[in-house]
Design a protein around this ligand. Structure first.
Ligand code: CMX
Length: 426
């Protein structure tokens, strides 16, 4: 099977032809209408953005290049990147070639570690990670190619180079953020015998006491990579990239969005919520105690982290994948027992509360629990781990968009006065 570059390159002519014909023959057909509620409601459900790497179906969850997540959780994150970009799962040879290519691109210049060390220790790891990604921008091959006048048809080649470089370096950079931010001692070098995921937790210095840390890291980094195009991180990366900002600028933009508590930071908030409950009740509370506490949270105007979703209307299949892993790896862990009690109690409480459109758990209801059980006891770092994974999806989408010559994003904004006039409101 071909290398990731050749496999993608061979698909570009037919992808371009297909979309050009679609727009030429059906360009004036209507696919979406916007209501006033959507204009004021985060454009929820508005179908006016294209993303071919993955799709989130309200009743089924994440579908990657046409295949449900549940059938793909055996893939390594690197193979998933191959799939997201090309639409194909690599065979052994192509997978090894990609792994070797990432290893060969993994060197991080020393000045990037200096940037990480220069930031106050009180900074959030997501701020440190975003800064480190921006520091890597100095080496952008797309920016250099653009300055030399590369043709639009060929933008994708150097964007793919930057993207592979960034993916290769991200575990080293994020692990450095972890060790510096939490005063864990010297940085740990990459181990050439480990793959991309296993190297990440190795460089963080997380002890593998059960022999299953590598499996958890692979699964975690796999399931968080892509979640179609409209979520905050993917959308921000897409918009920055549409201005031809290179992969580093675009991923940094996406990471800044991921850092929000309603998006990627929810895993941190969720674990903190679990720990608070354990402390308050001196262990796993009874269902009645948990129900009462959940009402206390809701009545004080706060959300219950780890439940609900902007698009999904069923249990998140990413939650299901983590649950299956936890059932094998740590069925007796107290935090896992609490997560299970929450699964039994919270949907009923949220249903009675009557606001949330989805009362089921999302991926964050379990992701932090597992990281904590495996010895990563700093919840503020969890979103940075999510960020390393989400970069795969953001970058696959970015390369596809440059290959498709997607123009700069520029929706038309309208004023409240215009909307009032439009609908005949006073
Ligand atoms: N606890 C309490 N209230 C909730 C809730 C929850 N878990 N989920 C939704 N609601 C509330 C909303 O805050 C909203 O209230 P208002 O009308 O007062 O503003 C109402 O129910 C309707 O919200 P919705 O349409 O069902 O959900 P949204 O699309 O507005 O928001 C999300 C989605 C994820 C931000 C929301 O469910 C939430 O805040 N959940 C908790 C945080 C969380 O787990 N985030 C992780 C998301 C995972 C991901 O990004 O992939």
């Amino acid at each position: 099977m071909a290398s990731i570059r050749d496999a993608f390159k061979s698909k570009i002519p037919s992808l371009r032809e297909d979309v050009e014909r679609l727009v030429a023959e059906h360009g004036d057909k209507v696919i979406a209408e916007a209501t006033v509620a959507q204009a004021y409601g985060g454009m929820r459900g508005l179908r006016c953005m294209v993303c071919d790497t993955s799709l989130v179906k309200p009743d089924k969850g994440l579908i990657l290049r046409g295949t449900p997540l549940s059938e793909l959780t055996h893939l390594s994150p690197e193979d998933e990147f191959y799939l997201l970009l090309t639409g194909d799962i690599p065979d052994k040879a192509a997978s090894k070639e990609l792994g070797d290519e990432l290893a060969s691109r993994s060197h991080v210049p020393d000045y990037v570690f200096d940037v990480i060390r220069a930031v106050p220790k009180t900074s959030h790891p997501m701020a440190m990670l975003s800064m480190a990604v921006l520091a890597l921008e100095e080496g952008s091959k797309f920016r250099a190619a653009y300055n030399e006048g590369v043709r639009k048809e060929e933008y994708w080649e150097s964007v793919l180079d930057d993207s592979l470089d960034l993916i290769a370096k991200l575990p080293t950079v994020a692990a450095a953020v972890y060790r510096v931010r939490y005063d864990l001692g010297d940085l740990i070098p990459r181990d050439p015998n480990l793959d991309w995921s296993a190297n990440f937790t190795h460089m963080m210095g997380v002890p593998d006491t059960t022999g299953t840390l590598g499996e958890l890291t692979r699964l975690y980094l796999m399931i968080h990579a892509d979640h179609e195009g409209g979520n905050v991180s993917a959308n921000l990366c897409h918009t920055a990239g549409s201005a031809l900002s290179d992969s580093y600028y675009s991923v940094a933009a996406g990471l800044c969005g991921l850092a929000g508590p309603l998006h990627g930071l929810a895993n941190q908030e969720c674990l903190r919520f679990h720990l608070q409950i354990m402390e308050k009740f001196g262990g796993v509370p009874s269902k009645d105690q948990l129900k009462e506490y959940a009402w206390e949270i809701l009545n004080s105007g706060r959300v219950i982290p780890g439940f609900g979703h902007a698009v999904l209307r069923e249990t998140d299949p990413r939650y299901t994948a983590l649950h299956e892993f936890a059932m094998k790896a740590c069925p007796d862990a107290e935090l896992f027992k609490l997560a299970n009690t929450m699964y039994e109690v919270i949907p009923g409480v949220l249903t009675e509360h009557g606001k949330a459109k989805n009362v089921n758990p999302n991926v964050d209801a379990l992701s932090g629990v597992l990281l904590y059980e495996y010895g990563i006891k700093q919840p503020r770092f969890y979103t940075a781990i999510f960020g390393v994974s989400r970069a795969l999806g953001m970058l696959a989408q970015l390369v596809v968009n440059r290959a498709m010559k997607t123009p700069i994003t520029r929706p038309k904004s309208v004023s409240t006065a215009w909307i009032k006039e439009q609908v005949g409101a006073k």
